[in-house]
Design a protein around this ligand. Structure first.
Ligand code: VG1
Ligand code: CO
Length: 543
């Protein structure tokens, strides 16, 4: 069957953000909007003909429609074969694994991650390259450039393909393999971790609750935790992916996973609580009496990774996004391995992982992962924690306290001001940028400032640079405030303020985090004029 050519006029707003193109569902529903973006992608990928693409999504509203569009357009654009998750479902890390495992050319992941779903919620399209990782900027820039001038797209006129059952099908000469979204991923996890030791831990009475938040990780967590590791039935809650995530907000933090937090903190609750986000790449870790910040989690996982079979020979290095706390840096120093600070967004870890220079990566936004795939991976992080708990036979709290006693504690918090006026947010950032030199020479409110810059990353592998990645203000006592604007929001601007204070090993590790950071919070406000400029006296979300 030959392709049908449809004439279109370009859109001017298809610039991918931190993690793909993300907009309201209604925005994506404009005629030809999805097709324009997908065709811009196909036109930008050289050598795609005859190759394999992996396609799947987090099951959110509109996933089913766009997946059919993507399959038809792939066929029309000469793709040889697509691998699709049954029911259109693939978690982001599972898609990354399938790309690598099958030697695919790349993959299309339909997700807006932790953003709410449903007809009034958000939708998103991400492209991952042949290494399984998010497209680097040279690809996303090319797609955006193409989207501004594109005048046609290609499709085929075929009925919707049945994704309900595992099968090998065909669309206009293109092979379509509908695969079990969980099987290969679960096998990968089993190859990395000591499943026997974890099963013994559960058999000995260890209890946990995993909240899949009605999002994509339900089937994965159920198959692995309850199916393979013998966790009690009912360990995984909200396990069926729903198009609107049950009306919830699939962001695993203390605001949206408060019930889980309260349950684990209660005396009769389970020993361990975990959650993941819409597309399964984030994680939340809570032990009895101890919430583990993502920055601390990265550091603890890096320090203990050798307890899991996949990492028993040690790790090559650690990378963290710039706003993530420096807790992992101290671990890298002790281990004598490379440490890298990258811009926000997983795409910046790809080169370091491909080059074998780092093994473990993490972001303060609850993303942790390793070289097993090229995405952050929520279930992986939970399993590494379980492997460590099984090996050390200590509680999460004991492990974290011991970590601080060895490395010191980085008190850390992120304050988000969501949906603020875009012009006000841009002005706030611009004014800060204009004052950077003065801040270093004069300090601020009597505090010495040792670093004030707008972070520019130089990729040590390919020499590319990424500028304007966030304003860093470093104080003489090791404290730090970072200001940046979100690249994943869909309404107005979101200002993120990241606060950090270091307390040495022998110091006080028992203060409430917000109390420990209160001085810095006040300082951030006077420094940037947050309240006066945004009209917000308190953040919308504190994590
Ligand atoms: C946020 C997080 C960032 C993460 C990104 C994608 O970006 O801060 O660390 O990589 O979301 O995560 P931003 O630009 O809004 O701060 V996900 O779970 O969408 O793949
Ligand atoms: Co996500």
């Amino acid at each position: 069957m030959s392709a049908r050519i449809v004439s279109i006029t370009p859109f001017d707003d298809q610039k991918p953000g931190t993690s793909g193109l993300r907009k309201r569902v209604a925005h994506f529903r404009q005629p030809h909007y999805v097709e324009t973006f997908l065709q811009s992608l196909f036109d930008s990928l050289k050598g795609l003909q005859g190759q394999t693409l992996v396609i799947g999504g987090d099951g959110r509203y509109f996933n089913d429609t766009v997946i059919q569009t993507a399959i038809r357009m792939a066929a029309a654009n000469g793709v040889g074969r697509v691998i699709v998750g049954q029911g259109g479902i693939l978690s982001t890390p599972a898609a990354s694994h399938l790309i690598r495992h099958n030697g695919a050319f790349g993959g299309i992941i339909l997700s807006a991650s932790h953003n709410p779903g449903g007809p009034d919620g958000d939708f998103g399209i991400k492209y991952n390259a042949s290494n399984g990782g998010p497209a680097p900027e040279r690809i996303t820039d090319a797609v955006y450039a193409r989207s501004k001038v594109i005048d046609r797209y290609l499709t085929v006129d075929t009925p919707d393909i049945d994704l309900a059952a595992i099968a090998s099908l065909e669309v206009a000469g293109m092979a379509v393999d509908v695969v079990d979204p969980v099987a290969d991923y679960a096998a990968l996890m089993e190859s990395l971790f000591d499943f026997n030791a974890i099963a013994d831990l559960f058999a000995a009475g260890f209890s946990m609750q995993f909240d899949a938040m009605h999002a994509v990780t339900g089937p994965y967590a159920r198959a692995i935790l309850e199916g393979r590791l013998g966790a009690a039935e009912g360990t995984v809650i909200n396990a069926v992916p729903l198009p609107d995530f049950g009306g919830g907000h699939p962001d695993p933090n203390l605001v949206y996973a408060k019930d889980l937090h309260d349950l684990v903190m209660s005396p009769e609750g389970p020993d361990f609580g975990a959650a993941s986000d819409g597309d399964g790449d984030r994680n939340l870790i809570i032990g009895k009496g101890r919430f583990v910040t993502p920055s601390d989690s990265l550091a603890v996982l890096a320090a203990n990774a050798h307890l899991a079979p996949a990492y028993k020979g040690g790790i090559a290095g650690i990378a963290r996004s710039m706003p993530t706390s420096a807790a992992a840096d101290r671990v890298a120093e002790t281990l004598g391995v490379e440490m890298h600070e990258t811009p926000t967004g997983w795409k910046f870890f790809g080169n370091l992982l491909d080059a074998g220079r780092v093994t473990i990566c993490g972001e303060e936004s609850a993303g942790t992962g390793s070289d097993h795939v090229r995405e952050k991976d929520g279930v992986w992080a939970v399993l590494l924690w379980l492997n460590i708990l099984a090996a050390r036979r200590q509680s999460v709290d004991e492990i974290v306290q011991a970590h601080w006693a060895t490395y010191g504690r980085n008190y850390y918090s992120r304050h988000d001001y969501e949906e603020v006026d875009t012009a006000a947010a841009n002005a706030l950032m611009d004014d800060l940028r204009a004052r950077l030199d003065t801040l270093v020479s004069e300090g601020f409110e009597g505090r010495e400032i040792v670093l004030a810059d707008d972070f520019t990353y130089l990729d040590p592998v390919d020499g590319s640079t990424a500028a304007k990645q966030g304003v860093r203000i470093g104080f003489a006592d090791g404290s730090r405030i970072v200001f940046r604007l979100s690249g994943t929001g869909t309404v107005g601007a979101t200002l993120r303020v990241y606060l950090e204070r270091y307390e040495p090993p022998a110091g006080d590790h028992d203060t409430d985090t917000q109390e420990a950071l209160a001085d810095l919070v006040a300082l951030a406000d006077t420094l940037a004029g947050i309240a006066s400029r945004t009209g917000r006296s308190t953040p919308s979300v504190i994590t």
